[in-house]
Design a protein around this ligand. Structure first.
Ligand code: HQG
Length: 187
């Protein structure tokens, strides 16, 4: 993809994350309890607020997004973020059996607190986990110097923790107590 095009897609994707996960009111969007927003309202309000976009461009941004952050409903009249919300929404996830090992990347500066209380969901609805080390590494480095935890999910499932998988392959769980955390990498 051309550099400029890529940059524009990234800019739009960031803005969509903001309004579909955190602040729909920023451009006066109405979001239903499952996180859906009307596509025509989104396009018209984005344009009102100086974010030039049409249906074709929106479709391309959704399709090419490397983390599949957004999804349309079947007839493409509605759109929502697949995960990562801070606003209250019910994405109707069903519990699934996770892979035996999952990873969580975070920053060294958080570890004192993490070793006291375990991994907490903070502003989001769940703690986010990755199925491979490399993804956890990327997620973690966003916050600072990297530390990666390995989580043995079999033990957690045996203790009745419920795992969910979002549309885009991120694994979610309510919290991870300290006893399930195994530190496997520190920068
Ligand atoms: C940390 C990205 C102190 C936690 C990624 C994390 C992901 C604690 C931070 C998605 C803690 C929250 C989520 C405790 C947890 N004390 N710090 N007890 N428990 N933390 O951004 O997992 O680009 O909300 O380790 O791909 O970094 O948005 O979560 O560092 O899937 O699509 O608190 O965001 O996707 O940070 O990332 P975040 P995350 P998107």
């Amino acid at each position: 993809m051309k550099k400029d095009k890529e940059k524009n897609y990234r800019r739009i994707s960031k803005f969509l994350s903001l309004v579909l996960r955190h602040q729909p009111e920023k451009i006066h969007l109405t979001m239903d309890e499952n996180g859906w927003v009307s596509v025509s309202q989104l396009l018209s309000n984005m344009n009102k607020f100086q974010h030039k976009i049409g249906m074709e461009l929106l479709e391309e941004v959704v399709e090419t997004n490397e983390k599949k952050r957004f999804a349309f409903n079947e007839d493409k009249t509605k759109i929502r973020a697949n995960q990562g919300h801070s606003v209250q929404v019910d994405l109707a996830y069903t519990a699934k059996t996770p892979p035996e090992i999952l990873y969580h990347g975070t920053a060294i500066k958080f570890t004192d607190s993490i070793y006291k209380t375990g991994l907490q969901k903070k502003k989001r609805h769940h703690v986010h986990l990755s199925k491979d080390f490399e993804t956890a590494e990327k997620v973690g480095r966003r916050h600072g110097q990297l530390v990666v935890f390995e989580i043995n999910t079999t033990k957690m499932v045996a203790e009745n923790f419920k795992f969910f998988k979002s549309e885009n392959g991120v694994w979610l769980v309510e919290e991870i107590p300290v006893k399930f955390l195994k530190e496997i990498h520190r920068d």
